[in-house]
Design a protein around this ligand. Structure first.
Ligand SMILES: NC(=O)c1ccc[n+]([C@@H]2O[C@H](COP(=O)([O-])OP(=O)(O)OC[C@H]3O[C@@H](n4cnc5c(N)ncnc54)[C@H](OP(=O)(O)O)[C@@H]3O)[C@@H](O)[C@H]2O)c1
Length: 263
């Protein structure tokens, strides 16, 4: 439920709504979970790192007085996406919002001689959001819910990131075509598309902690506004897209990248 306040500001109210957030133990997913909790959402949080997921859950519970359901699952293992949906419905009886945020980047190229990294990237970044969406449809249909996919901004493809960019473009197509498939059932699907954002993504690319600031400084110099985006800013766009503020926001590609993909 959402409404305009007397001063014309948009209020987003997720009271009585349940949202699944994947990638909730870190970065953009963690910031989104925290922000959703301040808007009253009941949360099912998915991640693999127990301590970080519990820390996020504690923060959310303090903000909303609602205990999140924590699901420590590797989503690439067969059956685990269904398990997320089954446990969420068993616990909260409904699903209003699915935030597909779990993902990773990895460097590989056509010159690599094996398919290991390519397959890993497809499994997590593409197959998981497809499968979770599929499993959530009956529940989203009941409440006219929505899905937000976190998809990298369409910046120029850099060497080493060809599979990541291929998956990014596929997710964008998934969002647009998915929105068309689901619109007759009253379900919306949008993409929020971050530019370079300060999360654990670089750690997972094996950048060592002591070189992290240097790495971000160097990346910042390559973007037009020289700014690394904070995950809280991306979370605001995700929560807006997931709210009922714009009922016809559907199949949209909401780019938040400081003009990095503009040309
Ligand atoms: N940061 C950026 O600059 C940027 C830019 C564009 C797009 N994105 C996209 O934004 C999304 C969120 O990334 P982030 O930047 O917030 O990165 P992050 O801080 O590394 O978070 C990634 C999240 O995905 C979860 N995850 C990874 N593998 C998983 C698996 N097999 N099963 C279940 N969960 C898994 C991680 O859980 P654990 O840590 O608990 O394993 C973590 O919660 C990703 O899809 C990424 O591609 C990021």
């Amino acid at each position: 439920m959402s409404f305009l306040a007397a001063n014309g500001c948009v209020h987003m109210d997720f009271t009585g709504k349940t949202a699944i957030v994947t990638g909730a133990s870190s970065g953009i997913g963690a910031a989104t979970a925290k922000l959703l909790s301040t808007h009253g959402a009941t949360l099912a949080l998915v991640g693999r790192n127990e301590q970080r997921l519990l820390d996020v859950a504690k923060h959310c519970e303090e903000a909303s007085s609602k205990k999140p359901l924590c699901l420590l699952l590797d989503l690439t293992i067969d059956g685990n996406c269904d398990e997320v949906v089954r446990k969420t419905v068993e616990t909260f009886k409904r699903i209003d919002v699915l935030i597909n945020c779990a993902g990773k980047a990895a460097v590989t190229s056509l010159f690599d001689t094996n398919m290991e990294i390519f397959d890993e990237l497809v499994a997590l970044n593409l197959r998981v959001p497809y499968k979770l969406t599929q499993s959530c449809i009956p529940h989203l249909k009941r409440v006219k819910g929505n899905i937000v996919n976190v998809v990298a901004a369409p910046v120029r493809v850099r060497p080493g990131f060809l599979p990541f960019a291929m998956i990014r473009d596929a997710l964008d197509r998934f969002t647009k075509a998915g929105a068309l498939e689901l619109v007759s059932d009253g379900i919306r699907m949008n993409a929020v598309r971050p530019g370079i954002t300060r999360t654990n993504l670089l750690t997972n690319l094996n950048v060592e902690e002591e070189f992290m600031d240097q790495a971000y400084d160097k990346i910042a110099m390559a973007v037009p506004n020289n700014v690394i985006i904070e995950p809280e800013e991306i979370a605001k766009m995700i929560v807006f897209a997931a709210s009922d503020s714009c009922p016809n926001l559907n199949g949209a590609s909401l780019i938040v990248d400081g003009a990095a993909s503009s040309y």
